[in-house]
Design a protein around this ligand. Structure first.
Ligand code: KIV
Length: 264
């Protein structure tokens, strides 16, 4: 059965922890859906892990829609979250509403996600009124990386932590149905989670959040180099892909592949 916002609310009511993963293409969506992952986020991390940019800022609405459509085609039951990219909603309310609508209308997303607190409240409320479910995103919001001066844990100072709790409550009041909390201390993640009726989904926000989210290429061990402390690699596909590509190249060079069983 397709997952709905009601199911996501019910996870919290039943104190049932749930997983979300990012996803960017149809076959991966199919695998994750078959594995029972209830939420797939077509994140703007697309810019970095798929398109090779060094931040999330350059990805466009059209690129996000292209990948959201692919994930929608591959996901049977999973709830597909379309991530609104940088400057697709910051300029004006009208632009934000228009672009959010495109995620549902043209790409089959079930909701949109957008970053920030006070400055997006009116938009969240207008989208909710228009029937577009909204997932918030607080803490380290990567679209503001230049304002933060790097990818830094947020909410360590009391004042910042209070602001995050306040923003979370305001997002809930404006109609958000869930909130991603990124890179904040566990006790702040716990306080936000306990202050809300709607679920929190943590990434580097500790064990008390109602759900957790990881980036596809990170959790599968494809992303090279040092990863943030909160990432757990559940596989080492980077090594496997390199080994498989090397074996293929060797067999082609040696005339082993294709063999008779691969030939007509
Ligand atoms: O774009 C993304 O992948 C995200 C997750 C890191 C939460 O926003």
């Amino acid at each position: 059965m397709p997952i709905t916002v009601r199911d996501i609310r019910a996870f919290k009511e039943r104190k049932e922890r749930f997983a979300m993963l990012t996803c960017y293409d149809a076959l991966s969506a199919r695998l994750l859906d078959e594995a029972g992952i209830p939420l797939l986020l077509v994140g703007d991390t697309l810019a970095m892990v798929v398109l090779g940019h060094d931040s999330t800022l350059p990805v466009t609405v059209d690129e996000m829609l292209h990948h959201t459509r692919a994930v929608r085609r591959g996901a049977k039951d999973a709830f597909v979250v379309g991530d609104m990219p940088f400057m697709s909603y910051q300029g004006s309310l009208e632009e934000g509403i228009h672009n959010a609508g495109r995620f549902l209308k043209e790409a089959g997303a079930n909701c949109v996600k957008l970053e920030g607190g006070g400055r997006v409240l009116e938009l969240v409320s207008r989208l909710t009124d228009a029937g577009i479910p909204v997932m918030g995103h607080l803490g380290l919001t990567p679209q503001s990386v230049h304002q933060f001066g790097g990818y830094r844990v947020q909410g360590r100072a009391d004042e910042q932590a209070h602001q995050i709790v306040k923003d979370a409550k305001s997002l809930e009041a404006a109609g958000a149905f869930a909130i991603v909390l990124e890179a904040i201390p566990s006790d702040v993640g716990e306080e936000v989670t306990n202050s809300l009726e709607i679920p929190t989904i943590g990434i580097g926000a500790g064990p008390h959040c109602d759900g957790q989210v990881l980036v596809f290429h990170d959790f599968l061990g494809i992303t090279p180099g040092k990863l943030p402390r909160f990432v757990k690699r559940y596989a080492n596909l980077g090594d496997e892909i390199r080994a498989a590509a090397g074996a293929y190249a060797t067999e082609v060079a040696e005339g082993v592949y294709p063999g008779p069983e691969h030939s007509y």
